[in-house]
Write a protein that binds this ligand. Structure first.
Ligand code: G6P
Length: 595
């Protein structure tokens, strides 16, 4: 993954590069680096850890006058997060930054080492700059050398390269990793997403896979698909919350209403850009996603089968495309992604497209790669999500899937008008259920101190509460680094119950309005084996060691959204007590653009 930025112009190069990297830090924060080339001088700074360390390191550095610059924030794939492995990578007179993975770097490295090239890092990226200079040494001009270099690479990449041989250009190549070039009054700007470009570039070109070339101050107009860039960047601020994740949990009731706005009214559901005939002839649905979005997809399966009455498969994107999947002609392919840039999901869509199936993105970022790749989109409208652990994006994904299931159910006549109306009322009530009460938050804060040890957590639930159990376990893992698993509660007796003892924490999702008696028996089986039980429910459960009460609701989906909030806060408070950086947990990144 990683984030990359570039600049050509007369302004202070450090400004755009560091501001841009700040916008892209969600893509990785293992290390960061910057290189500027002006007045014949190529200067590189790198620092391990978050961007602030790089900012400190080059705080006295200035670069005035015309020049070019590149910057990178890294999520380590090849080689540890050390300074040597941080980008830019350096050869004799050129620097390169890269987002993606070069699959054949080993063979290229061996070949170059035999020719006398000396490598400083363990990364795959470093071969690019050596290969480039090797071709230059053979007498090729810079563009030809760059073309030959890219021609030898296998894998995914967005690459920016600068060289003293052509100090007014940035060479670029894109395949499967995002890259955007913009032009503004201050010059030329490049970045992995459009957020860093806002406020700098007025017009942009979203490069397509296979794009390869160089950009200077004069050739921007020759780029394809030039569009105006909206300038209204929504800056996310913590607004008094301790972490973005906490703020985003509190924002859920607002964004859920936003997600419904204009789509749900007067007993009817409709989508601004989707007409009913898009679903004509659809006999099956496959939902494809990763991480939290995959869990939303699993909830979607229950809802689509229940309300739309369409058989639905849910697949993990990284598994899908290499598994020889069988596609039916009447199968709709739905990709779910918060960022719209997850490479596994993007590649799965690209795999499906040649079969001619309809594709629909459920996504939070308009104009992202996944949105551009799909036939149609339903935007989730969660607003910018900064916390690496996804919360409000998940909530809105589930809401969109619920609206979609109800919509298909109504146009196909599988739901009566009364049933549609009931779902709509439940949707509005569910948004209300995600308002966080001070009392509940306080209770969870207190409860959290009892759950900092133990040898593991099981989150258990049935039906849609099973994917919620998976998602709640994922939240806890991501930010607390404690071992947690989600299980269908009926499955515990088929093996996992062997782990039950007093040091095993079982968080039981016990909705009053869905299979309460069934899950109660499953939890009793665990309780009888002395597992420590934390029951999440509106109903008191005697076998529980702790009760995490949710308000009494009138539908199971209201209970779903209420428990979702309680369990997000549960993970948050445990992680805070453990002293972890909740917004930037170790080893993770917000957007994963490598396979
Ligand atoms: C990363 C993030 C997860 C996220 C997953 C899918 O692994 O750390 O929080 O759920 O990517 O991301 P997407 O943007 O496609 O929803």
């Amino acid at each position: 993954m990683c984030g990359i930025v570039g600049y050509i112009g007369n302004n202070e190069k450090k400004d755009f590069i560091l501001n841009g990297l700040r916008e892209l830090e969600y893509r990785g924060y293992d290390s960061a680096g910057i290189a500027t080339l002006s007045n014949g001088e190529l200067i590189t700074y790198k620092a391990v850890g978050k961007l602030i360390n790089l900012e400190q390191k080059c705080k006295d550095f200035t670069s005035t006058g015309f020049g070019v610059a590149i910057g990178h924030t890294r999520w380590a794939t090849h080689g540890k997060p050390t300074e040597a492995n941080a980008h830019p990578h350096i050869a004799e007179f050129s620097n390169v930054i890269h987002n993606g993975i070069i699959e054949n770097y080993k063979e290229l490295k061996e070949r170059l080492e035999k020719k006398g090239h000396y490598f400083l890092s363990q990364t795959d990226t470093e071969v690019i700059v050596h290969l480039f200079e090797d071709y230059l040494n053979d007498g090729l001009d810079c563009f030809e050398a760059f073309k030959r270099t890219i021609g030898e690479l296998r894998g995914a990449y967005a690459i920016l390269l600068i060289t003293k041989k052509e100090p007014d250009k940035i060479f670029y190549a894109k395949n499967a990793s995002p890259l955007i070039i913009g032009r503004g009054e201050g010059g030329i700007y490049l970045a992995s997403s459009d957020a860093p470009l806002m406020g700098y570039a007025q017009e942009v070109s979203y490069l397509e896979d296979g794009a390869l070339g160089y950009i200077d101050l004069h050739n921007f107009s020759s780029l394809p698909n030039i569009k105006q860039l909206p300038q209204n960047k929504g800056y996310a601020q913590k607004e008094g919350f301790r972490y973005f994740m906490e703020k985003e949990i509190y924002e859920q009731s607002g964004v859920l209403l936003e997600t419904m706005m204009g789509r749900v009214s007067e007993g009817k559901i409709s989508f601004e850009n989707l007409s009913a005939d898009f679903f004509d002839g659809i006999g099956e649905i496959t939902i494809c996603a990763c991480g939290t979005s995959y869990h939303a997809g699993m909830v979607g399966k229950y809802l689509l089968e229940r309300y739309a009455k369409i058989k639905t498969n849910v697949v993990i994107a990284s598994e899908y495309r290499y598994s020889s999947p069988v596609l039916r002609e009447d199968e709709l392919f739905i990709a779910i992604s918060q960022s719209g840039e997850t490479l596994d999901t993007l590649e799965a869509i690209k795999f499906v497209k040649p079969f001619g199936n309809k594709t629909l993105a459920i996504c939070n970022v308009d104009n992202s790669s996944i949105v551009r790749e799909c036939d149609e989109v339903l935007l989730t409208r969660a607003g910018i999500e900064k916390g690496v652990a996804s919360t409000k994006a998940f909530a809105t994904q589930v809401m969109v899937l619920w609206m979609l299931s109800t919509y298909i159910g109504s146009i196909r006549g599988n739901l009566s008008q009364k049933e549609v109306q009931k779902n709509i009322e439940d949707m509005v009530a569910s948004a209300k259920r995600t308002e966080i009460s001070a009392k509940m938050h306080e209770k969870i804060k207190r409860l959290s101190k009892r759950y900092l040890h133990g040898h593991g957590f099981f989150f258990i639930g049935r039906d849609v509460f099973y994917p919620l159990a998976l998602e709640s376990a994922l939240k806890l893992k991501e930010i607390s680094y404690l071992h947690a698993e989600g299980y269908p509660s009926g499955e515990m007796k088929h093996g996992p119950i062997a782990l039950a003892d007093s040091e095993l924490f079982t968080v039981a999702l016990m909705p009053e309005h869905l299979l309460y008696e069934k899950i109660k028996s499953n939890v009793e089986e665990l309780s009888a084996r002395d597992a420590t039980i934390c029951a999440v429910s509106a109903l008191e459960f005697e076998g529980a060691d702790d009760m995490l009460y949710i308000p009494s609701c009138s539908s199971y989906m209201e209970e779903f959204f209420s428990m979702m909030c309680a369990l997000q806060l549960f993970a948050l408070e445990i992680a805070i007590r453990l002293g972890n950086d909740v917004d930037m947990p170790r080893n993770l990144a917000k957007s994963v653009t490598v396979e």
